[in-house]
Design a protein around this ligand. Structure first.
Ligand SMILES: Cc1cc2nc3c(=O)[nH]c(=O)nc-3n(C[C@H](O)[C@H](O)[C@H](O)COP(=O)(O)OP(=O)(O)OC[C@H]3O[C@@H](n4cnc5c(N)ncnc54)[C@H](O)[C@@H]3O)c2cc1C
Length: 469
């Protein structure tokens, strides 16, 4: 991996200016000639606050810190050179008016210019907490405080222990999950926009996964696209459990808008996929009643035209690199600090200098962009108080109504959406949440409404404004 002059300028220029003001030990970097490989041992500099991940959580923490005190020396390390939003991406797949891949893509330099933090485009490859150093593909960066906001990764290996690296690579390439920012959204977009008659299969994983309503919204939107383009076929959901986020609202819309097109199947465990034959083998369990633990299992096969294969999720490997304590489940959420003074916190339980926000946190809040924005603001307040020698407890902001409001578009003509609203509160040592799915159209007694369709667009615009201006 090579380091360019532009990368160093973006990172060093801002950090050097901030260091002069705060007096922290950052020194300007010597520009390396372009195309000279930089080993991890090259020290690029040191910052008061280093944030791993320029997504919903990381960008918010950086912006809020600079808003609270422009003298703070803040730098983000992000592997992608542009931002692509997962929220609203299903509207692109659905062929919603005026929405395209460009709508989802944003330029990091806009956020850097507007907010004055630094950014290094590099992949984090290791974290040495004892030395307070982050290793990247372009060199190492020191920190006083580290914030981890790297989002999720896919756990194909945990779900399919017998699959080798070649088969997992094939799964990623041919049946993209499109649950993380980047090229997978482009790949899935290409598949949907070039599709012929046939069935689209979407899997819903068990365990904690990013944005629980996303696979169901995707089913509604792909069905919308098929209707709009006159493509014949079904959208078949293979759900590993019987849980459907915003369930009553999605099921109402599928029945009334997508009858015979969207088919939802409970308790379907994927056993294998033959990517050459385009065939999925799965076991469906039918339970007689709530007391029935065993159920009746049937092995089935299903041919697909397009497969949006969403595997089990887990915390991004950056969390394991840091060595902080995590929960023992497959996802491995970061264990968060708790004390009498600060019952709930975005500081990790393991290291007072290391914080976490976004989907990786060990709080019982939805893994959503809106939660990441809320958490990012609170995390920034905590860190700012520490840097100013004061104390702040996130518990003082709780309970908080509408901390997470999440919309899902379910129809394209007219544009209609459904919503869930979460209140956050202190529940023992963590932040808990309680969600409700209100009816958007109380006159006709429906969950979906055109008002919520407009609110979906407005939410996306507002979130992008929050992150990039
Ligand atoms: C289809 C879909 C629809 C969604 N719709 C909504 C919605 O309507 N509303 C809502 O609130 N939420 C929605 N979400 C959820 C939302 O996208 C996530 O919850 C949110 O992005 C989490 O923020 P984060 O900061 O934890 O992670 P991300 O936003 O994923 O940011 C993590 C960043 O870390 C970077 N990174 C990872 N590893 C490294 C590394 N080793 N080195 C350097 N950088 C690294 C990544 O490139 C990424 O930019 C949706 C998600 C999906 C998939």
């Amino acid at each position: 991996m090579n380091i360019s002059r532009r990368d160093l300028f973006k990172f060093a220029g801002i950090s050097a200016a901030a260091a002069a003001i705060t007096g922290c030990s950052t020194k300007a970097f010597d520009p390396l000639p372009a195309k000279v490989a930089a080993p991890a041992s090259v020290m690029l500099g040191k910052h008061q606050v280093v944030i791993i991940g320029g997504g919903f959580g990381g960008l918010t923490v950086a912006k809020e810190l600079k808003k609270i005190d422009p003298k703070f020396d803040v730098a983000i390390i992000e592997k992608n050179d542009s931002f692509m939003s997962c929220p609203f991406s299903n509207c692109n797949l659905g062929g919603i008016e005026g929405v395209n891949l460009g709508t989802l893509t944003h330029d990091y330099s806009q956020a850097i210019e507007a907010n004055g933090y630094g950014m290094l485009t590099a992949v984090v490859t290791g974290i040495d907490r004892a030395a307070k150093v982050v290793h990247t593909s372009k060199g190492s960066v020191g920190y006083d405080i580290l914030v981890m906001a790297p989002g999720i990764d896919y756990n194909y290996k945990g779900q399919f222990p017998t699959w080798d690296a070649t088969k997992i690579a094939k799964a990623k390439r041919l049946t993209p999950a499109a649950l993380v920012p980047g090229g997978e959204h482009i790949a899935l977009d290409r598949m949907v926009k070039n599709m012929e008659d046939g069935d689209v299969v979407i899997t819903v994983p068990a365990g904690k996964y990013r944005c629980p309503p996303a696979p169901f919204e995707r089913a509604s939107m792909i069905a919308n696209y098929m209707k709009k383009e006159g493509i014949k076929g079904k959208v078949i959901i293979l759900n590993e459990t019987a849980e459907v986020a915003k369930g009553a609202a999605f099921k109402e819309s599928w029945k009334e808008i997508n009858a015979g097109v969207v088919e939802h199947n409970d308790n379907c465990k994927i056993v294998d996929v033959d990517f050459d034959k385009k065939e999925i083998t799965y076991v469906q369990t039918v339970f007689a009643n709530k007391e029935d633990d065993e159920g009746v299992k049937t092995t089935k096969t299903l041919k697909y035209g397009i497969f949006n294969f969403i595997p089990h999720n887990m915390s991004n490997p950056v969390i394991e690199m840091s060595g902080v304590a995590t929960t023992p489940d497959g996802f491995k959420k970061v264990k968060m600090a708790t004390s009498a003074e600060k019952p709930v916190s975005f500081q990790t339980a393991t290291d007072v200098s290391v914080y976490a926000v976004g989907d990786v946190v060990g709080h019982a809040i939805p893994p959503s962009g809106q939660s990441a924005i809320w958490s990012g603001k609170e995390c920034a307040k905590e860190i700012a108080h520490v840097l100013h020698g004061k104390s702040y407890s996130v518990a003082s902001a709780l309970p908080y109504k509408s901390a997470n409001v999440c919309y899902s578009m379910v129809n394209g003509n007219p544009e209609e959406a459904i919503m869930v609203n979460h209140e956050f509160m202190v529940v023992g040592p963590v932040i808990g949440s309680k969600g409700s799915v209100p009816k958007g159209d109380t006159v006709n007694d429906k969950f979906r409404s055109t008002g919520l369709g407009k609110a979906t667009r407005d939410w996306y615009k507002g979130a992008m404004r929050d992150l990039f201006s």
